[in-house]
Design a protein around this ligand. Structure first.
Ligand code: ADP
Length: 266
């Protein structure tokens, strides 16, 4: 027996809604419609899922997908132990059995043949065939599949198959508008409102460089990091360089541009 309690979200995570995502997700959940959260990294997708799991009182099983992931990593495999072989459910199978929200984070990172294992779970069948074990798992009525997907990383080699995409309703996420993002920084980093607003301005400068040498702008997550350093007494300039400038570029010109933006605001 699995201890489902360990997958419960026991305390309310802090999440600041930015639009109608809450009611849309709730309706999709009620319909058990698989949901795709689209948006850049560090904009609040994972936080939103854990908050929804808490609101809906459902266990949450999260899988960070990567390119080495195989279908067995999702569905399970036989393991050898002292008594012989033993089947071990993978996280997707576990979530289907216990009726969890299963969040496959950055699913596009996984190889396409891996992604295909979710197909029978995402249509009216709601089943998961464990071919190696010869078992057909029928998903628990509460099972709900959620994936995240960053269109910014998209290239021809790495995109979801249309047959996969067409199985999901999609919610579009982006960095919050300035006022909201400042509010998030005050809460998450513990900085004062003025510092939060300045950090947001630096972030917006970085986001304007997207496509001009930067693949991704400065995320809310990085702004939170910068704020956390400042809240611990680090000078804002040094905090911004560590959290906002150096992680996102190796290009000296871009670094100078971003550092100039930091110096303008702090
Ligand atoms: P993603 O899953 O999109 O990569 P996360 O959900 O991990 O990003 O968000 C990164 C961080 O940004 C969170 O840990 C949180 O501090 C902050 N954050 C972003 N958006 C919000 C929001 N709407 N409410 C609360 N925190 C947020």
């Amino acid at each position: 027996m699995t201890d489902t309690d360990q997958y419960a979200v026991k305390q309310e995570p802090y999440y600041r809604p930015v639009g109608d995502e809450t009611e849309l997700f709730e309706a999709a959940h009620a319909a058990r419609m698989p949901v795709m959260l689209k948006g850049p990294t560090g904009c609040g997708k994972s936080r939103f899922v854990s908050w929804m799991a808490w609101r809906l009182q459902r266990p949450l099983v999260t899988v960070a997908c990567n390119e080495d992931m195989t279908a067995a990593d999702l569905v399970g495999r036989y393991l050898l132990d002292a008594d012989g072989t033993r089947w071990q459910d993978g996280p997707l199978t576990l979530a289907a059995r216990i009726g969890a929200i299963c969040y496959l984070d950055e699913v596009v990172e996984a190889r396409q043949d891996t992604t295909v294992v979710i197909h029978p779970l995402t249509d009216h069948r709601r089943v998961l065939p464990l071919e190696k074990k010869g078992e057909l798992v029928e998903a628990h009525p509460d099972f709900h599949l959620v994936i995240s997907y960053n269109p910014g990383y998209q290239n021809l080699m790495k995109d979801l198959k249309p047959s996969t995409k067409q199985r999901f309703g999609a919610l579009h996420f982006d960095f919050p508008e300035a006022e909201t993002e400042a509010e998030i920084l005050v809460h998450e980093a513990g900085v004062d409102r003025t510092t939060a607003e300045r950090l947001v301005q630096v972030g917006q400068r970085g986001r304007n460089l997207k496509g001009h040498g930067l693949d991704e702008g400065i995320s809310t997550r990085l702004l939170v990091y910068a704020g956390q350093l400042i809240a611990r007494g680090i000078a804002p300039g040094a905090a911004c360089r560590m959290a906002l400038v150096h992680p996102i570029t190796d290009d000296p010109d871009l670094r100078d541009t971003l550092e100039a933006a930091v110096d303008t605001h702090f």
